[in-house]
Design a protein around this ligand. Structure first.
Ligand code: NAD
Length: 256
């Protein structure tokens, strides 16, 4: 279905980004994996993925906290039909104690990188008359939780950027949408568990059941394959008129 399309997925050497890259490759797209590291393992990940699905797959190092590196990623990809702005980090603290460097990093990586990559990718998409920009926001792009000020602000910003991108590209064959996952058990979530155990004085199992999944009515984590499958759907012809909106993959979180 996506043969001949080049997909760039930011922050894709683990978690949801890697899951999305795998589903795009399964659908036949050439994929560019990315993160800020430049290890042998990163390049091997891309080579293995390419071999598994019989597609071209490359790893390009670029730090999504640096605007020039965001733009260089798109340039080095040498074409980008599908852009998935996925890179993201988290930090949890009350506002008065929230470290300024963490605030700046979260806004840069979770929000500004989507702006810079999109700005670099749109001209090529418009020229071709086909393109897909898919922003990985969050249930926290639509709702809030205490102690996640930077993350919630950045993800709400991503939803706003999604709408503006869609309006500017309307009628040009280029769509832009945001996927809003609820909890998906990936390293970013795994890292929050010890903090939450401390904050709530709870066991790991109780944090998962009573804190994290308390807001997810299904009582189950969403999976990276489900977020990847939603991404592939947004690239399909069936989704050509879906633009400027959000799709929740959250087990009912935002219905509450
Ligand atoms: P993760 O920690 O597994 O993955 C984050 C990815 O971003 C990694 O590949 C990491 O290397 C990359 N990254 C971090 N800093 C970067 C930088 N400076 N430059 C380039 N890459 C960088 O986390 P995840 O859960 O897979 O999260 C992926 C996205 O999904 C994030 O935007 C996150 O906010 C969002 N999300 C996650 C969940 C969840 O429950 N896991 C829920 C909603 C939204």
């Amino acid at each position: 279905m996506l043969k001949g399309r080049v997909a760039v997925v930011t922050g894709s050497n683990s978690g949801i980004g890697l899951g999305i890259a795998r589903e795009l490759a399964r659908a036949g797209a050439s994929v560019v994996l990315n993160s800020f590291t430049d290890d042998e393992a990163d390049h091997k990940l891309a080579a293995d993925l390419g071999q598994e699905f019989g597609v071209e797959a490359r790893y390009i190092q670029a730090d999504m906290s640096a605007p020039d590196q965001c733009r260089a990623l798109i340039e080095k990809a040498g074409g980008c039909d599908i852009l998935v702005n996925n890179a993201g980090i988290q930090h949890v603290a009350p506002i008065p104690e929230f470290p300024v460097d963490k605030w700046n990093a979260i806004i840069a990586i979770n929000l500004s990188s989507a702006f810079h990559c999109t700005a670099a990718a749109l001209p090529g998409m418009s020229d071709k008359g086909w393109g897909r920009v898919i922003n990985i926001a969050s249930a926290h792009g639509l709702t809030a939780s205490p102690y996640k000020s930077a993350y919630v602000a950045a993800k709400h910003g991503v939803v706003g950027l999604t709408k503006v991108t869609a309006l500017e590209q309307a009628g040009k064959g280029v769509t832009c949408n945001a996927i809003c996952p609820g909890y998906v058990l990936t390293p970013i979530v795994e890292k929050q568990i010890p903090d939450q155990m401390k904050t709530h004085d709870m066991s790991r199992e109780d944090v998962i059941k009573n804190v994290m999944l308390a807001r997810q009515p299904s009582g189950e984590f969403a999976t990276v394959e489900q977020v990847g499958g939603t991404t592939v759907f947004l690239c399909s012809d069936a989704a050509a008129q879906i633009t400027g909106t959000t799709i929740s993959v959250d087990g009912g979180w935002t219905a509450l």
